[in-house]
Design a protein around this ligand. Structure first.
Ligand code: FRU
Length: 525
């Protein structure tokens, strides 16, 4: 069975056998707290986490009638991967979430792996009896009998909802795509307007391929083409996403993006994502532009299996997606509890033309501004700014920092965030290397896994010698975006809750003037 062998920290078959013991341990809890008994210092203020238990990839994110729905890989029985079902949460603004409980539960010999959901207003599937709030989910059924794990298969299955995603029924004709393959997963479905049909992108992980299928009714799927191996091929491929996006906001100038996650082999070492830009003619995806090696999506370690919200009102064609904020290397070991697994900040994605090619850009959800508290501005030469931060109020444990710096003669200019006794996280610009960087080697608890501590970099040339960064700090994460959305780094951190200090770090000669805007961000829970 390839699936369990390839997955560090995850042993479905053993889990099924030991399920009771493991969930028993989860109830006792060994993480950062329990609502009933104590504080939870790592519980994010403005990132989604389930109240308790294990979560990984986002699944079937969708927008319908003013509400955002997020489904996710969820183990209702414990704080480790296993008994995987689809959890469900809803939100009016993508920041305040109400957890709804399990939407699609695992069954005896079936786990509900990753997939997507589409709003099927025209009832193309014929399953919704013309119900207006028809939602169809395509997901991977992981079928394994504990007695015969060597016969485990992954098939593409369908579930549907006539009430906008609140309650679900399994399709009686499942599976809808079956290659009798042990590794074949993560269908992502999108409507292809020119050919008036649904298109599914789905991964053959071991082969490092994405297969495309087409369908008029979401139930009968015909093979169209395959893509790959290409780019980053060291690790298995998972969670493909096929999306049409505008270049520089022009809806008449679009390209298709194919995003594929891989594990391991990311630029940071463990799991991560790459993307390709090109054309999709309804059958085949062709890459455009120079073969300049793998294009990493997020240059940090903790951004996996992003998926777009379907049904989103697309004013300018840009799209919103969200990812799992963790890494398969150490996801099972992060020191949180009674929950394990968080989502990233939702991002708005589009494309931009750079000197030589068209690239993906990622921006933080604009609505995050609504969480800002009292504004504080610090500006001046580096010494003035460093002094003001050293003598001023701490920044707290959840805040936004916008940093604008004229690089000047500096080799490095960075913010020191979540600063405490003997710990800090650095996030800033390394001019000597031409990279944005995030350093969590001294960020607090880094010892729970050997691959956790690290310094991560994303290439960025300083236009006119100026760098502008937006930094989002939460109780257990840091996300940094450059102003154009080309250099993005997402990383978990586990600092002491009392480490609320902020400071300036510089190396080399003096930088030019610095402008720093700070806002505490309100807790959304
Ligand atoms: C990605 C992944 C998917 C799979 C799911 C199982 O993180 O491995 O390929 O469907 O997680 O939980």
């Amino acid at each position: 069975v390839r699936w369990p062998r390839d997955r560090p920290g995850r042993r479905p078959v053993i889990f099924l056998a030991l399920g009771l013991i493991i969930s028993g341990c989860a109830v006792l809890g060994d993480g950062d707290g329990d609502p009933a008994t104590g504080p939870e210092p790592f519980r994010p203020a403005f990132h989604f986490t389930p109240e308790r238990n294990w979560m990984n990839d986002p699944n079937g994110p969708l927008y319908l009638d003013g509400r955002w729905h997020l489904f996710y890989q969820y183990n209702p029985e414990g704080d480790q991967w296993g008994v995987i079902s689809w959890g469900h949460a809803v939100s009016d603004d993508l920041l305040h979430w109400d957890e709804q409980g399990v939407a699609i539960p695992a069954e005896d010999d079936l786990m509900i792996f990753s997939g997507s959901a589409v709003v099927d207003r025209a009832d193309t599937s014929g399953l919704c009896d013309a119900a207006e709030r028809c939602v169809v989910a395509l997901y991977t059924g992981y079928r394994v009998e504990p007695a015969a794990p060597e016969r485990a298969v992954q098939t593409q299955d369908l579930a549907y909802s006539t009430d906008g995603g609140d309650t679900w029924a399994q399709y009686a004709g499942n599976p809808v795509v079956d290659l009798d393959a042990p590794d074949f997963r993560d269908p992502n479905v999108t409507w292809h307007e020119p050919s008036q049909r649904w298109v599914m992108a789905v991964a053959l992980p071991i082969e490092r391929q994405v297969l495309f299928y087409g369908s008029a009714d979401l139930r009968n799927w015909e093979p169209l083409s395959s893509f790959g191996p290409l780019g980053a091929t060291d690790g298995i491929w998972e969670c493909p996403v096929l999306l049409e996006l505008p270049v520089d906001g022009d809806p008449d100038d679009t390209r298709w993006v194919l995003k594929v996650d891989h594990n391991p082999g990311h630029v940071t070492g463990g799991s991560g994502a790459q993307y390709f830009v090109g054309h999709f003619d309804g059958e085949r995806f062709e890459v455009e532009g120079p073969d300049d090696g793998p294009r990493w999506l997020d240059h940090g370690p903790d951004f996996y299996c992003a998926m777009q919200f379907s049904g989103e009102p697309a004013d300018d064609g840009r799209r919103t997606w969200i990812a799992w904020m963790s890494n398969w290397d150490y996801a099972a070991d992060v020191p949180t509890g009674p929950w394990r697994g968080a989502m990233t900040l939702p991002q708005v994605v589009g494309l931009t033309r750079t000197d030589d090619t068209v690239r993906l850009v990622q921006h933080p959800l604009p609505g995050i501004d609504a969480l800002r508290g009292e504004h504080r501005r610090v500006e001046g030469d580096p010494t003035t700014v460093a002094d003001a931060l050293a003598t001023g109020d701490p920044a707290g444990d959840s805040f936004e920092a916008n940093l604008r710096v004229e690089v000047g003669d500096a080799d490095e200019v960075a913010l020191r965030v979540r600063v405490g006794d003997d710990e800090e996280t650095l996030v800033g610009y390394d001019a000597s290397a031409g990279v944005v960087f995030l350093d969590r080697t001294r960020s607090g608890d880094v010892g729970f896994h050997p691959s956790f501590p690290g310094r991560y970099t994303a290439p960025l040339s300083a236009d006119d010698g100026v760098v502008e960064l937006r930094v989002f700090v939460d109780r257990s994460s840091v996300e940094v975006y450059d102003a154009r959305g080309l250099a993005v780094i997402t990383a978990l951190i586990f600092p002491d809750p009392a480490s609320e200090g902020i400071g300036l770090h510089t190396a080399g000669g003096p930088s030019g003037p610095i402008e720093l805007d700070l806002w505490p961000l309100r807790d959304t829970r």
